[in-house]
Design a protein around this ligand. Structure first.
Ligand SMILES: [Zn+2]
Length: 396
C-alpha cells in the first residue's frame, strides 16, 4: 500500500505549505477549508496559554480509535506539513486512492491534533509560551496544553497513538556514517521495559514501518533508546495502553526544509492507518524493529581533515549548519563546532585538507559563526564555504 500512496502523493500534497515555518495566517485559512469538508469534523477542544485555539480534526466512523498529534514542540513542524497533506487527502472525493479512503472511513476513527503547541510554533521554540517542555510535563500537567492532551487521549482511549516530532538533523544511525532520516520508538510504559499488549501493538506496527523506510532510505532509520521516562507523554501513554509510536523526522542531506521527509511522513502515516484498519499489523513480529540501531551523534555537516588552523598547526575541523529564526523565517548559518582529532566522527561532506592553506586574514575559532571561509592550495581556492551555502539556498 505504501508504494501506491507514494506514487499518488502529488495529488494530495498541500501545495500552499512550502516550508516548515509557514505562517499562522496560512494555517488558519487551511483550518477554515477543512471545516468546510463534509468528511472532516474540525472542532476547538481548548486553548493554549496565550489563547490560541487547539483543534481536533476527526475523520471516520469506525470502531478502532487512533490518536495523533504534532508539534508539541513548537519548532518541529515536519509532521504538521504531512498532516495538512493527509487532511487534504481525506477531504477529497474519488481518485485512485478512494478505496483506501473509504476503508479508513469505515474501519477507524482518526482523532488528530495538529500544531498542538501553537504558541511555541509561532515563536519557533521547543517550549510552550510558559517555557515548559510539554514532553516533560506528562506527570505534573503544569502547562494547559499538556492537560488538554492528557484529557483528550483518555476520553478517546485509542488502540494506537502517534507522537510526531522532529529530531536534530545530525543524529546518526548508531555510530555509523548514516544520517538518521526517520527514527521510531515503541515506547516503554514501565521501568523494566515490559512488552505489554500496548507496547507490542506499537512494536508490530513499527516493524512494518521500519521495513518500508529501509527501502526508501536504506540504513537511515534508527530507534530511540527505550529508557523509561515517566515525564514523557510517549511513555506515559504506553503505560495507559494507548499503543504509542514515536515518529521522528531527522535530517535529509541538503533538503533542509525536509520536504522529502514530509512526504515520507504523510505516506507512512496513511500506510499505518491502512495497516490498522485492515489489521495487517497483527501479522508482524518485532524482529526487524528490534534490530534498529539507536540514535547517536556521530556526524558533522562538513568535516575537514587535517586542516590548517594557522600557518603552523593542523587539526580536523567540524562545521555544522545552524538555524536561526528571524522575522518569521528560518535562516541558516555555519558554526565551527569542533577542532581537534575528529577521526571517530564522520562528515556528510568529508574533505582531506592536508594540502590546504588558510587564506590570509581567516581565523579558525571554535563556536564562531561563519558566513565565509576560504582555503587554498597552490594559490587556487580549493575550499569555499560559499559553495555549500549555495547548496543550502538551492534546497529552498
Ligand atoms: Zn520533539
Amino acid at each position: 500500500m505504501y508504494k501506491n500512496i507514494e506514487n499518488l502523493y502529488e495529488s494530495f500534497k498541500e501545495a500552499r505549505i512550502k516550508e516548515r515555518a509557514f505562517s499562522y495566517e496560512l494555517w488558519l485559512s487551511l483550518l477554515d477549508e477543512w471545516k468546510q469538508s463534509p468528511l472532516l469534523d474540525v472542532s476547538e477542544i481548548g486553548q493554549t496559554y496565550e489563547g490560541k485555539p487547539i483543534h481536533q480534526v476527526k475523520f471516520g466512523v469506525g470502531p478502532i480509535h487512533i490518536c495523533a498529534w504534532s508539534q508539541m514542540h513548537g519548532d518541529e513542524a515536519t509532521a504538521t506539513m504531512a498532516l495538512a497533506d493527509i487532511f487534504l487527502f481525506l477531504s477529497q472525493k474519488g481518485g485512485d486512492l478512494s478505496e483506501l479512503r473509504e476503508k479508513l472511513h469505515q474501519k477507524i476513527t482518526l482523532f488528530i491534533i495538529p500544531r498542538l503547541n501553537a504558541d511555541g510554533a509561532e515563536r519557533w521554540t521547543r517550549e510552550t509560551a510558559l517555557g515548559i517542555d510539554m514532553n516533560r510535563d506528562a506527570g505534573k500537567l503544569n502547562s494547559p496544553e499538556a492537560k488538554i492532551l492528557h484529557d483528550w487521549a483518555h476520553t478517546i482511549n485509542p488502540l494506537f497513538s502517534f507522537n510526531l516530532h522532529d529530531q536534530h538533523r545530525l543524529y546518526s544511525v548508531g555510530n555509523t556514517t548514516h544520517q538518521t532520516h526517520i527514527a521510531l520508538l515503541a515506547t516503554t510504559g514501565d521501568e523494566s521495559g515490559t512488552w505489554t499488549d500496548s507496547r507490542l501493538r506499537a512494536g508490530k506496527l513499527a516493524n512494518r514501518l521500519t521495513k518500508i523506510v529501509q527501502e526508501i532510505y536504506p540504513n537511515k532509520i534508527a530507534k530511540w533508546t527505550d529508557e523509561y521516562n515517566a515525564r514523557a507523554f510517549g511513555d506515559y501513554f504506553q503505560s495507559q495502553g494507548f499503543g504509542l509510536i514515536l515518529l521522528e523526522s531527522g535530517g535529509a542531506g541538503w533538503d533542509l526544509e525536509k520536504q522529502s521527509l514530509r512526504k515520507t511522513n504523510a505516506c507512512l502515516l496513511l500506510d499505518a492507518f491502512y495497516a490498522i484498519a485492515t489489521e495487517e499489523w497483527k501479522t508482524e513480529d518485532i524482529a526487524t524493529y528490534e534490530c534498529l540501531l539507536t540514535n547517536e551523534r556521530n556526524i558533522f555537516d562538513i568535516k575537514l581533515i587535517n586542516a590548517p588552523l594557522n600557518k603552523n598547526i593542523r587539526a580536523d575541523i567540524g562545521l555544522n549548519i545552524c538555524e536561526e529564526y528571524v522575522d518569521g523565517k528560518i535562516e541558516f548559518a555555519w558554526t565551527l563546532e569542533e577542532i581537534g582529532d575528529l577521526s571517530i566522527y564522520s562528515g556528510l561532506t568529508e574533505i582531506d585538507a592536508s594540502n590546504y592553506q588558510l587564506n590570509e586574514h581567516e581565523t579558525i575559532e571554535k563556536g564562531k559563526n561563519y558566513s565565509s571561509l576560504q582555503m587554498t592550495c597552490n594559490n587556487q581556492i580549493t575550499f569555499n564555504l560559499i559553495d555549500y551555502t549555495n547548496k543550502i539556498n538551492q534546497s529552498k
